[in-house]
Design a protein around this ligand. Structure first.
Ligand SMILES: Nc1ncnc2c1ncn2[C@@H]1O[C@H](COP(=O)(O)OP(=O)(O)O)[C@@H](O)[C@H]1O
Ligand SMILES: O=P(O)(O)OC[C@H]1O[C@](O)(COP(=O)(O)O)[C@@H](O)[C@@H]1O
Length: 323
């Protein structure tokens, strides 16, 4: 008898989830499995929003951001009694394997669910924050970086025309990855991230000298996880550096948009490895990507460790100020 396998999205949505759904249906059918969708993340698991999926459901979605099946953060799934209901719903549909697109919170939830009820699962790291330990890349971060790049390039147009400093805030929670990579690839003058302590005073003289030497504008990329408010950084530019300043908080535009080629391809590869793993005795793992290869890692190694920013990237941050 063909086995049933389901997929769900949990936590912040990312561009790349739809390409993953499309490949999930195709690859499941190719492996003689019946594919199912769980709508709205763990909330849908509890409310039995579970349906069989077919080729028709995934036609025309590969180029769409977000996720066709919805995502959520679920307070109820944190409680044992609701996880028991989720298990009953899966049993009702005869589903014994789950692919979960989410972040470390989602994986911790699934780990508990596996230990309580034995539902096999494979996590696919999916968050624009790129802050999951054990993998150098999370689905969606490439699209997000490209959206940020487009925004910063546009802001540069007005900054240079009007002679202003712009303080641009990126998402990322406690992780500075989005801000750091964006600063390096957009030619920003300042980058502030939670991982690296800073003192604005140390840039004052250099920035004033640059203005005296002809610099007309500044771009500062700031991660949402730093202690200071972005408006205070703008105020510092005005009062201490002596240049008019504006703030742009990029917000949720960073989570949407047409998935890049890289995110589409990675969605494809992640899903293939996730299903292969589930069919080959990987029952409680996350599929991770490092140095060009994929490996299944334990929840302990992924969801209970702190993500460390790549040391080479951090060196490049120092280079930003040593020119
Ligand atoms: N310790 C836990 N026990 C059960 N469920 C959890 C646990 N931690 C997180 N979850 C579930 O995972 C969901 C997503 O987690 P969250 O941290 O918001 O996002 P992400 O997966 O992107 O890190 C939560 O809303 C909750 O339903
Ligand atoms: O959409 P919300 O609930 O306001 O959450 C915003 C947060 O979600 C993110 O966009 C993505 O975080 P997760 O992938 O961990 O869910 C963060 O960068 C941001 O701080």
């Amino acid at each position: 008898m063909r086995k049933n396998i389901a997929i769900l999205c949990s936590g912040g949505d990312v561009s790349g989830m739809n390409p993953a759904l499309k490949h999930f249906v195709e690859y499941a059918l190719k492996n003689s499995l019946n594919p199912f969708f769980v709508y709205d993340g763990y909330e849908g698991l509890i409310d039995d929003k579970i349906d069989k999926a077919s080729y028709c459901d995934v036609a025309g979605i590969i180029n769409k951001g977000g996720t066709k099946i919805g995502s959520s953060r679920s307070r109820r799934f944190m409680q044992k009694k609701y996880r028991a209901i989720a298990k009953q719903n899966l049993d009702h549909h005869n589903i014994e394997m789950l692919v979960v697109l989410g972040g470390d919170g989602s994986f911790r939830g699934m780990d508990i669910f596996y230990k309580e009820h034995g539902v096999k699962f494979c996590g696919i790291p999916s968050t624009i924050d790129n802050d999951i330990a054990g993998t150098s890349y999370c689905l969606g971060v490439d699209t997000s970086l490209n959206i940020i790049r487009t925004a910063i390039d546009a802001i540069r147009d007005t900054a240079s025309s009007f002679g202003r400093a712009f303080v641009i805030e990126t998402m990322g929670r406690e992780c500075g990855y989005l801000a750091l990579v964006s600063a390096l690839t957009s030619g920003a003058e300042l980058c502030l991230i939670p991982e690296v302590p800073y003192n604005l005073e140390q840039y004052e003289e250099s920035f004033k000298n640059q203005i005296a030497a002809g610099r007309k504008y500044f771009l500062a990329i700031v991660s949402e996880g730093i202690k200071e408010d972005v408006r205070e950084i703008a105020q510092w530019f005005e009062e201490k550096v002596g240049i008019e300043a504006r703030v742009t908080i990029l917000g949720h535009m960073q989570r949407g948009g047409n998935p890049t080629v890289y995110d589409r391809l990675m969605a494809y590869k992640f899903v293939s490895h996730a299903i292969d793993g589930l069919l080959n005795e990987q029952h409680d793992s996350v599929i991770c990507y490092n140095d060009g290869g994929f490996t299944h890692k334990s929840i302990q190694d992924v969801a209970f460790q702190k993500y460390q920013l790549d040391s080479e990237l951090l060196c490049h941050l120092q280079d930003l100020y040593n020119v």
